[in-house]
Design a protein around this ligand. Sequence first.
Ligand code: G1P
Length: 296
Amino acid sequence: MEMIPKVRKAVFPAAGLGTRFLPATKAQPKEMLPVVDKPLIQYGVEEALDSGVPNIIIITGRNKSSIEDHFDVSFELENVLESKHKDHLLSVVRKISDMINVSYVRQKEALGLGHAVLRARELIGPEPFAVVLADDVIEAKRPCLRQLIDVHDFFGASVVALMEVPREAVSAYGVVDAEPVEHNGACDKLFRIRSLVEKPNPQDAPSNLAIIGRYVLTPEIFQSIDSIEAGAGGEIQLTDALRHLLRNGPIYGLLFEGTRYDAGDKLGFLKATVEFALGRDDLGGPFREYLKSLEL
Ligand code: G1P
């Protein structure tokens, strides 16, 4: 049997305009918005590392230099922290730059998620890779991306993360038409995808199974992205490329275990902030007391 190649690289599209979060994103990328004290993109990068994926490719656009600075060494800051003996903060700051092997590719125009992923073609080469959308922050015992990679490593096929959403919400997502397949003794977690559609009207949607921002893709996706036309919103959509890729072989969808926050949306961001703060050893107690004191 042919060996299934390992997933070693993760692509982080981060060149979007962040219009859902204006004015905060006027001069700063949405990926740098902090949930408690960590920028969104760092949650995603840590998830990739915890999933065994050490090489990070960030697709950037204008106004994105703060992302590069964040993952770079800050000598000035480190010097100050060192001289003031702030050892804990020093290790927090050092860990970020030590954490990853990172490359940046510029997406000159924000022409869609598919277009962003295609920018990574040369850096990825002929191997499977992950795509992480940093505004989907996922809390899980086993990292969501790891859950997808396990499926990829079993079938050697592309896999997307799925979540059930209310019918009326499907128009914000890519939505799949899929049949359950048995895997690891369960019949209701893994799906074989028959088709996919980007941002359908609720009445036309094939299901309420929405794609969440984690993907493991085989490298044939690049030819697919290359050969499709602009779709929903006039953008080159990854969902449309996946539909094209179905001609090549099966694609799977996994109802992952964990909680997803849409931190690119103001309400979702607030929910993530509250939940993550409550879960913190240093903040959880006093924050809970504060919330209880509110007369709602
Ligand atoms: C993107 C994808 C969509 C997916 C969603 C998940 O949409 O195009 O298929 O369901 O991410 O968050 P966006 O949220 O960028 O509009």
